[in-house]
Design a protein around this ligand. Sequence first.
Ligand code: ARG
Ligand code: ZN
Length: 473
Amino acid sequence: MRPDMLSTALLLTLPLVFSSSVADDEDSPRHGAPDLGDAYFPGLGNGGYDVKHYDLVLDVDMETGAIEATATIDAQATHGLDAFNLDLWGLKVSGVTVEGVAAEFAHDGLELTIAPDSAIVSGADFRTQIVYAGVPDLAPDASVSSMGMKGTGWMRRESGVFVMSECVGASGWFPCNDHPIDKATMSFTVTVAKPYTVAANGILVEETDSGDARTFKWRANDPMATYLATVNIAELELEVSETESGLPLRLYYPQGTTDKSLEPFRRTADLIDHFSGLFGEYPFEAYGAVLTKEGLGGALESQTLPVYSRGAGEGTLAHELAHQWFGNCVGIEAWEDMWLNEGFAVYASWLWREHTVGPEAIEKSVERAHRWAKQAEIGPPVDPGVGAVFGGATYGRGPLVLHALRMEVGDERFFQILRTWVKRYFNSTATSADFIALSEEVAGRELDGVFDAWLFSETVPADVPANDVPKSE
Ligand code: ARG
Ligand code: ZN
């Protein structure tokens, strides 16, 4: 070996030597990252821990709009931590403890930085408690600018408070790791004056009456993304029922809602039944709806309990229900993959029409979306940019990807892909690349043609997806 080659060989071994000391360093405590690197939302989410459970205790004054709150957050450290961050917008923090010991904290913009009295070791479970108060403000959210909104989250209206936090409104009402990648179970104990009712995610486990006020305790046992947490406070009527298999259903609506507006919601069990046949069993412990008196800029698929602006009909109901499988149970790893939520939910609402009206209904929907996409020269569904996550790329071209895939592989394989998708990424998150890989695996061949044309291509293919394969394949 020539001397210069020897030195090259030595250099090559150096990283190995160093890597063992790097491994040691990984366990020595450091500051958890204040950002998860989501391209659409700088500063969103935090590193160094994984949240397991949020327990929120909220006293809500409906007259002033103020809340007094305690958040208890159970998390596991993914590396040693001498400090870590939570996302919290507005509101005033008055005290923080970690493992029951007072901790130092600083709150600046979206970042609540917490320095525990003693460092947390890698892998340890630890409990953080944050006492905070104020009038929640909508967290600034660039994704909803296209809908003419400045922010999302805790929305005060004349009839009450409604929470829709997609994409980044959760941090406007509780301290959290505000990114879909970190799912956790949640509980909410909300106290409010009579006659208000509180409807939140999961199961109502307790309701106590203290004279002038009532306390509603909700518990969501299925892990969920922060943006799917919802607490709604208004004068609400309640209709409780269940599906044939015993899934609890609850429908909350303002007094005076007409039977005609309620009718689609009273058919919820039929929709669950149909979608369970197509996508696999409904994934969560309960389902329902909150109908609001006011318009709130659409609906949101909050987990187990979507929230609907007044006037929502059966198409919206089908859409938000489908999100329980697609978006909620199988979440996205980054906001640029929003089409995995919206494309699937729109397509599912077409599938419901196909079932109730007939095959010509879905053909019409496909043609309409295709015409829209072509006329407006809508770009590809994947990575549309933060201002367009609620736009034509996801809602218009998104469902066409699925229709093209269905036409390519046939019904049997197509629905097998959807069911395998839910099974494999159940209560977890996934990416577009994961969906392509899984589709090709189930189809048993590469599907570049479909994904290049419908998911990635800048230009909309000239013709609607063609039925190349006999459906009975
Ligand atoms: N994901 C919702 C839907 O498609 C849209 C949410 C809009 N965001 C909002 N903060 N209103 O049904
Ligand atoms: Zn949607």
